[in-house]
Design a protein around this ligand. Structure first.
Ligand code: UDP
Ligand code: MG
Length: 312
């Protein structure tokens, strides 16, 4: 029988884990597909009882495994740990808050079994239950990043997806430190079938993403999959140079025709400030990329496993 691995990253989710566990197995047991499941909970440095809940589930049920990090490394690290540990012929990734409905797995599995696709992924059709500001910013983000990058970013895409083993192996080949899964899944290629579903609100606990966090995440995404900001910096430089040349020509002409004496201290200050600001701005962009490069070359592990029932 084929095995589906389910990766569930958790950060301070003591209230949600058991709800997820019950709902998940209740749902998949109703499926008519001949598969087995393994659920890998990844505790991303929780400070509540998340790990002990995972452990007790894993003791009760052989299909449940857990990996616990030494501190919070972020959802990207947690997903990677899960992908590395997964033994399944198919692998899926789900939020523990049941915002990713387990009922979709059957449909996803059937899509992959046709052999036409290597990935069946969920996207939210609407953003019900989410602030207007959040949806607006999120829409802006998707149109912006798609302009900036050659990798395609699908609007409303979740990390919830079922992938074939060969696609998972490809994803595992990308060992970069600055991980942005939405981009990585798209970058590796293969055909993806998108399933649209209605947004579902959290079962318990609360979201870990504030506007600030999402903004940081967006910048990371753009930087991980585009070098256009660097080109933009050069473009600004050239634009300023051309403007300056024009300005010089005007001043020379003015001096020759009217013999304009030295005036224009204020305009000089403005120009100095403008150029100074522009330079710092563009150096800043370059600096961000250098910083990312610095983190990459250090080759630090993306996460540290404190304990797991999978590693003895
Ligand atoms: N999560 C995690 N590490 C983090 C942040 C979140 O493992 O640093 C997990 C979290 O427990 C949840 C999933 O990632 O299972 C998605 O988080 P959340 O539901 O807060 O995000 P949202 O659905 O609001 O985008
Ligand atoms: Mg959620």
């Amino acid at each position: 029988m084929e095995l589906i691995s389910v990766i569930v990253p958790c950060l301070n989710e003591e209230a949600a884990i058991e709800i997820f566990y019950n709902e998940f197995f209740e749902t998949v047991e109703k499926f008519s597909i001949p598969v087995k499941y393994e659920v890998i909970f990844v505790d991303d440095g929780s400070t509540d009882r998340t790990l002990s809940v995972m452990k007790s589930l894993s003791r009760q049920d052989k299909r449940v495994h857990y990996i616990s990090f030494s501190r919070n490394f972020g959802k990207e690290g947690a997903m990677l740990a899960g992908l590395r540990a997964a033994k399944g012929d198919f692998v899926t990734m789900m939020d523990v808050d049941l915002q990713d409905p387990p009922s979709l797995i059957e449909e996803m599995y059937k899509i992959l079994k046709t052999g036409e696709y290597d990935c069946a992924a969920a996207r939210r059709g609407d953003r019900k239950g989410e602030g207007k500001m959040r949806s607006f910013l999120s829409n802006r983000f998707y149109s912006f990043i798609n302009k900036m990058s050659d990798t395609e970013f699908v609007k409303g895409a979740r990390d919830f997806r079922l992938m074939t083993r060969r696609m998972v192996n490809s994803v595992l080949e990308l060992t970069e430190y600055n991980r942005f899964s939405k981009g990585i899944f798209s970058w590796v290629g293969y055909r993806t079938k998108w399933i649209t579903y209605e947004n579902i609100e959290r079962s318990a606990g609360e979201t870990k993403w504030g506007i600030k966090g999402l903004f940081k995440y967006s910048i990371e995404g753009i930087m991980a999959f585009s070098t256009k900001p660097l080109a933009f910096a050069s473009f600004l430089g050239i634009l300023c140079l051309l403007l300056a040349l024009l300005f010089i020509a005007v001043i020379i002409a003015k001096t020759l025709i009217w013999g304009d004496p030295v005036a224009g201290y204020p305009s000089l200050i403005c120009v100095i400030l403008f150029i100074g600001g522009l330079q710092l701005f563009t150096i800043g962009i370059a600096g961000q990329y250098i910083a990312k490069t610095y983190l990459e070359v250090k080759k630090r592990p993306i996460y540290i496993t404190k304990e797991s029932d999978l590693i003895k």
